[in-house]
Structures are given as C-alpha cells and as structure tokens.
Design a protein around this ligand. Structure first.
Ligand code: NAP
Length: 478
C-alpha cells in the first residue's frame, strides 16, 4: 500500500503532537495548539503520574483553593476530541523518546523542574533536614511522598529561602490545622499537623528584604494568620543605597518592604506561634545532635553590587548558632534530564531558543522538539506566566510546519502506542479515568467535610479503575 503526501496539518494528514507533562505549561500548550484556526491535529499528552495537573494538584497549597480552580480550564482542553491523556507513562522509562519520534511530528517537553537546588553545606543531608518541596508534596498527597516522615515535635524549625514556596511551608507549619480541615490537604498531613509542637519558624533570607522573592499577598497572608505573630528585626530592614533606590521603583519590593516595616519590634503574644524573618543571613552548616538536626550555624551577610545592578551576598564572618529541630531547604527547583534529550547541567534546563530545543550540530533527529514552562525558562513565575510562554513556543511550532508535507498515516496508527504500552504491562490512565477518580475523591471529601480526599496510594487508584472497567465491560456484555 502506498501513502500519498499531504500538507502537515491538513484534514488528510493531521499534525501529530506529543506533549510530555500535564502541568499548567503542558495544558496551555495543548490549548493553544487546539485553538489554531484551520489546523487539523491530534494532541497526545504523556504524564508520569496516574493523575494529571502536576504542580496544580501536588504543589499549590491546600489553603489556596482558588488557585486550583484553574483546573477547570485544563479540563475543557482535555474534553476536546482531538486530545488524549496517557497518565502512568514515564517518558524515558516506559516509553523512549526515540519511540515518540516515530509517532509524532512534534514533541513538546513540559516536564517542569522535578528536583531541588542544593545548599552545598555540611549537614545538609542529616535526618531532619528536608527539601521544602518534599514537605509540599507530602501535605498535597503526592504518592511518592505519602510515607515521608517529618518530626513535628520540633519546637523551632528553620526554613531557608524567602520565595513563595518558603511562605507556603511556613504558613502550613504555623496556622491552625482546623483552618485546613475542609481543604484537600492529605489526611495523613492533617493528622500530623494537629499533633505538631512547632512554636517558631525561623525564615532565613540570604539577601535583604528588598531582594526577597515572596510576593506581597503571600507575606501578608502569614501576618494575617490568627494566633501567629510575624516579626522582623530593625537591623534587617536597614538598606544600602542601591536597595533603597530599587524601592523607589515601586512594585512588589516596595509593597513587601512597607509591610515588613509594620512588623518591626512586634512583640510575641503568649500562646501564639511565631514566624521570625531574618535577612542577610545564610546557613553555613547544619549541626547534628544525637544523629539528627540540632542547630543551624548562620553567617551574617552584606550585599555587593556589580555593574549590571545585580546584588550578591558576601559573608561578614559574624557567626551565630541557633537550635532548631527541623530544617526545610526552600532554595528553588531544578530540572532533571530526560534520556536522549539535550540538557544544560549548569542551568538545570533543556537548552532552547524561544522554545525550540537546541541540539548540538549534526545531531538531527528529524522530529521537531520544543519546551514550555519551567524546563524552558527556569523555575519562576506564577501559573499564569506559563500561558504566555506556551503561546511563544506554539508560534514557533506553527512556523516550523509551514510548507511541510508528509505521507498520510496508516489506518489504526493512533492505537499503536496504546498497544505497545499494554504489551509492556503499563495501563495508561486516560481522562475518563481521571474523571472517575476525581468523582471518587470528591465523594470521599464530602463525607469528611472536605473539598476532596485525595487517593494517595497508586494501588488503590489502579484497583478502583479496574473495578470500574469490569463494571463497564459487564454492562456492555449485558
Ligand atoms: P524562588 O522564588 O526562586 O525563591 C528561592 C529562594 O531561595 C530565594 O529567596 C533565593 O534567594 C533563595 N536561595 C537560593 N539559593 C540559596 C542559597 N544557596 N542559600 C540561601 N538561599 C538561597 O523559588 P520558589 O520559592 O521555589 O518558587 C518557585 C516559583 O513558584 C516562584 O515563581 C514562586 O513565586 C512560585 N510559587 C508561587 C506560589 C504562590 O503564588 N503562592 C507558591 C509557591 C511557588 P536569592 O534571591 O538570593 O537567590
């Protein structure tokens, strides 16, 4: 049988796109592709977890339910008949990139940044020193972290870093767990937080308050918590001339700074939990006590500025030790490589130009490959920032297919991958599976007065899906 050539994206030869990753950037890329006028296409999305939505499901804090509502937008995309979800499929393990290249004209990597930056200090790996992202994944019911243990009998906890993840972790540690009881927080986390003995969270920023990465809403949220005192020392709000000139530009930094000034010298109230912000302070060592975190050794910093107006911190030699029972390192995410895809080790990203993956000269795979989201530009920006970013990448994808032709696809081509996966013992989860789990989680949540009760055990998910499949088969036979 011979196949004729047609323009890629025509009715006779639809464009075939694979998107790897089902978080916000992947869904925005899918949505932008599906909205291209006159383009015939099929979009398959691969996700290593059984359930979709990446950081929206497993990263956004449970007390930020409004943020999670963005899922409704992604669901509308997933309902499009030209879209298919393949959950439970890890590209690079269950399915190789070279196999994807055989099936698709274009591949979009939307894998985010799944690992963490390191502090590179002694004691970083002591028991009781954790990445903030592990804690976030634990309270959000991520199956890989459901059995993690955090010793919340510690009275004082250090959180290193002053970004929004640090704010999330701090807020979850100090707020009244009852305020989380109706959210979708994982039940194991809610129970552990109810027994928590944490009294104080010490948040360490290596540069000054003007350079803090948290946003005004997030710092205010902590200050507004009932039963919690937020404090910052006056010496930490003293600014050098450059920082002062940055404040004059207004924006987030100015709003943060003005808010922090209101917190200076706030006295702690009896029975209140306390959040103490320390700026110009770097941990230089985490010291052990009886085999686990006992204290953190910190050095006071000063800022130095380069000619481009960038600041970095330099130690002053002034050292202090403070007892802590737990440390959360919240110093940013980092991408991890996908086998057979270029990776910039220094930056922790896939090298790209405006979303087009850059391959070394002579290394041409024939398939066009792209990136969106954090693995494209680095782990920064709120969820909405991924939309702009995905639009830019899709623009490049559309330019690249212009004028390209390909042979029509063999009958049944669309089912080949599914068959290959099943032969490997992998049962991909599809959007209808998610809908079923979604309904089950909401039902379980309703019974407990919660938004949803996440099912965190992959075996339970598999067994629920199997039961429903058997029921469906029984119905169709009957
Ligand atoms: P981030 O905003 O980049 O903050 C990382 C923090 O770690 C910075 O304060 C950074 O200080 C510090 N840091 C880095 N290396 C350090 C080191 N060696 N020693 C001490 N401190 C160090 O990252 P993130 O908090 O992980 O957040 C990632 C993105 O997700 C951000 O865009 C954030 O806004 C977003 N997010 C938003 C929300 C929300 O909207 N509620 C919640 C969570 C996350 P320097 O500035 O000095 O490098």
């Amino acid at each position: 049988m011979t196949y004729r050539s047609f323009p890629i994206g025509s009715r006779e030869r639809p464009l075939q796109v694979a998107i790897v990753g089902s978080g916000p950037s992947g869904f925005y890329a899918a949505d932008t592709l599906l909205k291209q006028k006159g383009l015939h296409l099929k979009v398959d999305m691969f996700e290593r977890m059984a359930m979709p939505y990446g950081l929206v499901r497993y990263g956004v804090a449970p007390d930020h339910q409004k943020t999670k509502q963005v899922i409704r937008v992604y669901e509308a995309t997933a309902r499009d008949a030209r879209f298919r979800l393949f959950g439970n499929v890890q590209v690079g393990r269950d399915l190789q990139v070279k196999e994807l290249r055989e099936h698709y004209d274009q591949i979009v990597y939307a894998v985010g940044c799944e690992s963490d930056r390191r502090l590179d200090i002694a004691g970083e790996d002591l028991p009781g020193s954790h990445t903030a992202t592990a804690f976030v994944a634990w309270y959000n019911g991520h199956p890989d972290h459901r059995d993690d243990l955090f010793d919340l009998s510690a009275r004082r906890v250090a959180v290193v870093g002053v970004g929004n993840v640090a704010m999330d972790v701090t807020r979850i540690l100090v707020q009244d767990p009852q305020a989380l009881a109706s959210t979708d927080i994982a039940e194991h986390a809610l129970q552990a937080l109810r027994k928590s003995e944490v009294e104080e969270v010490l948040v360490l920023g290596r540069r000054g308050p003007v350079q803090a990465k948290f946003t005004p809403r997030e710092i205010r949220e902590i200050g507004d918590l009932s039963g919690v005192d937020l404090a910052v020392g006056p010496e930490d709000l003293e600014l050098d001339p450059f920082s002062r000139s940055q404040l004059e530009k207004g924006g987030f930094a100015r709003r943060n700074y003005e808010y922090l000034k209101e917190q200076v010298c706030r006295k702690g109230r009896r029975g209140h939990r306390r959040v103490r912000l320390r700026f110009f302070t770097s941990p230089v060592e985490i010291l052990g006590k009886q085999g686990r975190v006992g204290s953190v050794r910190m050095e006071r910093n000063r800022l130095v500025w380069d000619e481009q107006g960038q600041s970095r911190c330099v130690g002053t030699g002034v050292i202090e030790n403070i007892d802590v029972g737990l440390v959360f390192r919240s110093v940013g995410y980092r991408g991890i490589p996908i086998p057979d895809v270029p990776f910039d080790e220094r930056k922790g990203l896939i090298p790209n130009a405006a979303g087009r993956v850059l391959r070394p000269p002579g290394d041409d795979t024939g398939t066009s490959e792209y990136v969106v989201g954090w693995i494209k530009r680095g782990p920064s920006g709120l969820i909405g920032a991924n939309k702009r970013d995905s639009v830019e990448t899709v623009r490049g994808m559309m330019e690249d297919i212009r004028g390209r032709t390909a042979r029509s696809l063999p009958e049944g081509n669309h089912e080949v991958l599914e068959r290959q996966l099943m032969e490997r013992g992998i049962r991909p989860t599809h959007f209808r599976d998610w809908q079923l789990i979604d309904a089950e989680e909401r039902d379980r949540g309703r019974a407990r007065g919660k938004v949803r009760e996440k099912i965190t055990d992959p075996e339970e998910v598999a067994s629920l899906l199997k039961t429903s499949q058997c029921r469906e088969e029984g119905r169709s036979l009957g």
